[in-house]
Structure formats: structure tokens, C-alpha cells
Design a protein around this ligand. Structure first.
Ligand code: KIV
Ligand code: ZN
Length: 514
């Protein structure tokens, strides 16, 4: 049996999806769920990118026990040192270092000769080996690199000690057959001296197909992400790779992964709830419609025999259609078991807090679904400490011709402040009064509202992206309530809290490094 190593980069390449940035607490929850899913290697981030990234990687390294924890690093001493330090406490650790190998990248981006690139790659691998034995080397833009040159650089880094050689189709340019041919040719040269890996981007919608083709040509590690998140059009989707290998045993029977497919759906939901990025409804495996049968003919067939129109079962991936969960009479024990099933790993005090909030919700909403609980925990529990806490929100009636106003009470440092503002609409009034009370000046870049589940009493989930400092990227905030305007106010304050804790957290980390 050939084991296929599943290398998940949701927390690194996935986080490079526009708008997918996550805080440390959120990354820890995802990493622990990836471990439960059976991922072999978790790329937890890019330590040198920011002190916040380094901090998240080291916290993940402390908590994850079974999966290898990996940090990305450019082929630069500073990056490799930051990666080595961030993963130091991991039970199993890996440094993943890379340099570009395509003519266009070497000439215009790196401004280096091919021989200089080989030297840099060798130096990087040798330096990474001083931090850990398990070193992966990637040829960035390998898809557009000369195969002869790839063989040359791979030979050099194998001698330097690299154990995994990753061949990314960085810009998603190659056809599956072409990627397969590249891997075949590299496998002939590398043999069993190292593991060949692929990392395919989805710019032409071919990332999964290319990855699968590479498995058939010698690749034994696949780099992928949950829901296919990733830079631009994303990466190969983990759930697609795992389900292809499982569903087409007639072709892929000799390949095995450690993925526990029952955890696919809970992991997908956890990632989409935390990032606020829902897979498209028709997304294979995890989209809302992936197991829905709309036409009468199909429904009739499925009722007679599910296999008439289903090649896999929703249950296999952990999608339990009876996901109506609990009501106000549910107990704390059942609730905490439910949290575990949904992929949350919370401390006792967090479970208690979530349970208290669940009880309040159960009074406002008759039926509570799994997605309600996911949204509640993501919005109210696994967030950074509340620098500002919304205590009350009162809105004026929206009479035609009236002046919309909002009054809030906000707690900060143990002190309550109440104020009111008028605006060009209720939302504008809410943002203005929060800015005034908190001394902030946020610019709203994105606003999204959706209902978490069905029903007139459904929870509204608001996701905002706000810029508080023009020199920094937009910060995301989630808000959840049966009332959309209350969810809006919570989301805005959530973004402000994230901004403040990131800013102050970075200051703390920088002070510690000095
Ligand atoms: O797409 C890419 O080339 C990458 C590398 C850093 C592995 O993400
Ligand atoms: Zn990538």
C-alpha cells in the first residue's frame, strides 16, 4: 500500500485568500480539528511574516501532538530562524523553505543566476537542518521551470538534507497531464532519495485533477487546503483529494491516506464559519448543494436506491442531515459533547460561557441547529479578549423622514460609557457612536449579512471588514444575533477588538524579542 501524505496549508496558503485572516485562537481551533481529521502535516503559518504569525505557530506547536507542525520560510537565514524558533516545541516539526526556480522569477524577482539560486537553496536547507531534521524544499513556480534545472537543484538539496521535495504549480498554469509528466520525469531522477510532493493552484480549475495525476506519477505528498482556500483561485481541496481516493478505489486502491473522512464536513464548516468564506453552493463534497437532489426524477431515484444518483454518501463525510440539535432543555453535558463533535476544543470556562450564551439563544429561537452553535462559538467565544464590550444598543424608530440615531453603552476597563449619534441610516449611526465612544476612526470596507440557518427567527451573522489604520490591512469582525443591527454593532466592535489586540500583541511580542 502506498501512503499519501496529506499536507494541509489552510493556515498558511489558505490564509492568503483575500479576507481570510484569522486570529491566533481561531488558528488553534482549526489546527486541532485538522489533527482530528488525520492531516499528516499542518503548515501553521509563515513565521517571518509577522510576530503574530510566529506566535500562532508556536501556540499550535505546543498543542498539536499527532500531526507534524510546519512553518514556511523563504531561503533566508532570518526566515529560517523565525520558523525554527516558532516550531521548537512541536512534538513533530518541519521547516518548509522555498526559492523560485522559473526563468521569469529568477530574472525579474530574485535577480539571481540559476547557479546562485542553487547555492541559496543548499544554504537554506543546511541552515534549516540545524533546527530540525525534517526539512522540505519547494521550487516556487516549478510548473514553469525547466525540468533539467529542477533535477539539478533537487539533487543539490537532497545532498544538503531535504527529505521532501515540493513541486508547486504556483500559478495554476499546467494541465494535469503536463504536471504528471513533470513528476514522472523528476521521480525517475529522485527515486527513493526523497519524497516528491505537489502543490497545485486552481487558477484554471485544475488543482485537484493535477494533484491526482501527480499521485499516479510518483508524488507521495499532496499539499492542499480545506474548502480549496488559498492565494487567488485557491489550492487543491483536501476534501476532493481524500474523496477521490476513497470513491474510486477501483483506480486508487493501492493508495492510502490517514484522513478520517467523517471529519471532512465538520472541518469544512469550522473553517468557513471562522473565515466567513462559505464554499460556493455547488462546490464538490462540501458545498450546500453537493448532496441535494432538486429534480423529481432524481429524488425519486434516490428514494428507491441512493446509488442511482449518489456516488458517495453524505454520512461518509460526517454530514448528518438531522442536524437539528438542541433546545432550551438540553443539558451542559450534551452541549459540551456537541461542541467536540463540531470540532471545537474549548477550555472549561469557555464551555460554560458558550453554554450560558446558548441558553439565552434558546429562549430567543425555537430550533437550534449545528450551524447556529458553530456561529455562536466562532462569534462569541473564540475571539480575542474584549477590550470594548457592547452592553446595550438602542435604535430610534426608522420613520420615513425621521433622523436615524443609535445609543450605546460600552464597557471598557471596567467603566461604562453611554453616548448617542445620528447618521445617514441606522448602520451609519451605529458605527459613528461606536467610533466616538471608543476613540476609533474605522473605515468600513466590506459588509456581509446572512442567516445562519432557516426560519423567520434565524440568527443573522454579520461579517465586516474595517480599516482602522490606513497602513494596515482591513480587520474582520463577526457579529451574531437574532437582530441584524445588534449583530452589526457586535461585528464592528469585534473588528475593533481584534485590531487593538493585534496591535498591542505585536508590541508585546516585539518587546519580548528585543
Ligand atoms: O504556490 C506556491 O508556490 C507556494 C510555495 C511557497 C510552496 O505556496
Ligand atoms: Zn501556494
Amino acid at each position: 500500500m502506498n501512503n499519501i501524505i496529506i499536507f494541509d496549508t489552510t493556515l498558511r496558503d489558505g490564509e492568503q485568500s483575500p479576507g481570510a485572516s484569522m486570529n491566533t485562537e481561531e488558528k488553534i481551533q482549526i489546527a486541532l480539528q485538522l489533527e482530528k481529521l488525520g492531516v499528516d502535516v499542518i503548515e501553521a503559518g509563515f513565521a517571518a511574516a509577522s510576530p503574530g504569525d510566529a506566535d500562532a505557530i508556536s501556540k499550535i506547536a505546543q498543542q498539536v501532538k499527532n500531526s507534524t507542525v510546519c512553518s514556511l520560510a523563504r531561503a533566508l537565514d532570518g526566515d529560517i530562524k523565525a520558523a525554527g524558533e516558532a516550531i521548537r516545541e512541536a512534538n513533530k516539526r518541519r521547516i518548509h523553505t522555498f526559492i523560485a526556480t522559473s526563468p521569469i522569477h529568477m530574472e525579474y524577482k530574485l535577480k539571481m543566476t540559476p547557479q546562485k539560486v542553487i547555492q541559496k537553496a543548499v544554504d537554506a536547507v543546511m541552515y534549516a537542518k540545524t533546527f530540525c531534521d525534517d526539512v522540505e524544499f519547494s521550487c516556487e513556480d516549478a510548473g514553469r521551470s525547466d525540468v533539467g534545472f529542477l533535477k539539478e537543484i533537487l539533487d543539490a538539496v537532497i545532498i544538503a538534507g531535504a527529505k521532501t521535495l515540493n513541486i508547486p504549480d504556483t500559478v495554476g498554469y499546467r494541465m494535469p497531464g503536463e504536471m504528471g509528466a513533470i513528476i514522472k520525469s523528476l521521480y525517475e531522477s529522485v527515486g527513493d532519495r526523497a519524497i516528491l510532493s505537489v502543490h497545485c493552484h486552481n487558477d484554471l480549475g485544475l488543482a485537484t485533477a493535477s494533484s491526482i495525476e501527480c499521485i499516479q506519477n510518483g508524488a507521495r505528498q499532496i499539499e492542499c487546503t480545506i474548502n480549496g482556500l488559498g492565494e487567488r483561485a485557491g489550492n487543491a481541496a483536501l476534501e476532493e483529494i481524500a474523496m477521490i481516493l476513497k470513491t474510486r478505489k477501483d483506480i486508487f486502491g493501492e493508495y492510502n491516506t490517514n484522513i478520517n473522512i467523517k471529519e471532512i464536513y465538520p472541518t469544512s464548516r469550522l473553517v468557513s464559519t471562522i473565515t466567513g468564506i462559505e464554499p460556493q453552493p455547488n462546490k464538490a463534497i462540501v458545498g450546500k448543494n453537493a448532496f441535494a437532489h432538486e429534480s423529481g426524477i432524481h429524488q425519486d431515484g434516490v428514494l428507491k436506491n441512493a446509488q442511482t444518483y449518489e456516488i458517495m454518501s453524505a454520512k461518509d463525510i460526517g454530514l448528518d442531515k438531522n442536524s437539528l440539535v438542541m433546545g432550551k432543555h438540553s443539558g451542559r453535558h450534551a452541549f459540551s459533547e456537541k461542541l467536540k463533535d463540531l470540532g471545537f476544543n474549548l477550555k472549561n470556562e469557555e464551555i460554560q460561557k458558550a453554554f450560558d450564551k446558548f441558553k439565552i439563544l434558546a429562549d430567543a429561537k425555537k430550533e437550534i441547529f449545528d450551524d447556529d452553535i458553530r456561529a455562536l462559538v466562532a462569534s462569541e467565544i473564540i475571539k480575542i479578549s474584549e477590550v470594548y464590550e457592547l452592553i446595550t444598543l438602542q435604535l430610534s424608530d426608522c420613520n420615513p423622514g425621521g433622523v436615524p440615531s443609535a445609543a450605546v453603552t460600552i464597557r471598557h476597563d471596567g467603566k461604562n460609557t453611554t453616548d448617542a449619534a445620528i447618521g445617514n441610516g441606522t448602520m451609519d449611526a451605529i458605527f459613528k457612536v461606536i467610533d466616538r465612544v471608543c476613540g476609533a476612526k474605522g473605515k468600513l470596507k466590506e459588509y456581509k449579512v446572512d442567516s445562519v440557518t432557516q426560519g423567520k427567527d434565524a440568527l443573522a451573522r454579520v461579517v465586516v471588514k474595517v480599516v482602522f489604520d490606513e497602513s494596515k490591512p482591513a480587520i474582520m469582525g463577526h457579529g451574531l444575533s437574532v437582530d441584524t443591527m445588534l449583530a452589526t454593532a457586535k461585528a464592528y466592535i469585534g473588528a475593533l477588538n481584534s485590531y487593538i489586540s493585534m496591535r498591542d500583541g505585536l508590541r508585546d511580542i516585539k518587546n519580548r524579542l528585543i
